[in-house]
Design a protein around this ligand. Sequence first.
Ligand code: DC
Length: 209
Amino acid sequence: MTANRIVAIDGPAAAGQGTLARRLAACLGLPYLDTGLLYRATARRLLLAGADASDAAAAAEAARALSPPDLERTDLRTPDVDRAAAAVASVPPVRAALLDFQRSFGQANGAVLDGRDIGTIIFPQARAKLFVTASVEARAYRRWLELTGRGVHAALETVREDMQARDAADASRAAAPLRPAEDAFVLDTTVMDADAAFAAALRYVAARV
Ligand code: DC
């Protein structure tokens, strides 16, 4: 049963789930999928087509047209894509278009997937579910460090405001709102470094997968 080899990792932006998911996947020998990239690549296609991020029909078309090279673009983590991805993620036909890809990715050999709705919608039967979170200040600071490291200039305050807006959009949307699955292990990384978070996550996951 695949559910035994699925590790579902959810949580708000920049809580550290990406790093954690990659390390868990490497340690367990499982494939890894960053599902946020699917929404980001959809948003980038939409922006390149000159469409408005709020155009639901164009967003659904962009999601259906995604192909692997779209996920390898180097411009998927810019502030304009952050905002457009949050908008397209609230469009039900976009989520529907991306659902099969995510399920088939995990179904063959198991996988570690990170996103917002992996434990609640994509793989509700997964045995290992982590909800990784941290205070908005801690997450904004991490995102700001990451942006600055990549040479993208943004004021910390603007990053924090954007993050708060995205948190609100992710949590309040009708389609797959961000929330921990009832059976998820909640890991708050506000005062944890990456190694401590990994150790805690591995203890939990190793007992289940
Ligand atoms: O994790 P991220 O910041 O790369 O995600 C980009 C956007 O996509 C963010 O607004 C949340 C959304 N998303 C989602 O709705 N469901 C997922 N499984 C993954 C991401």
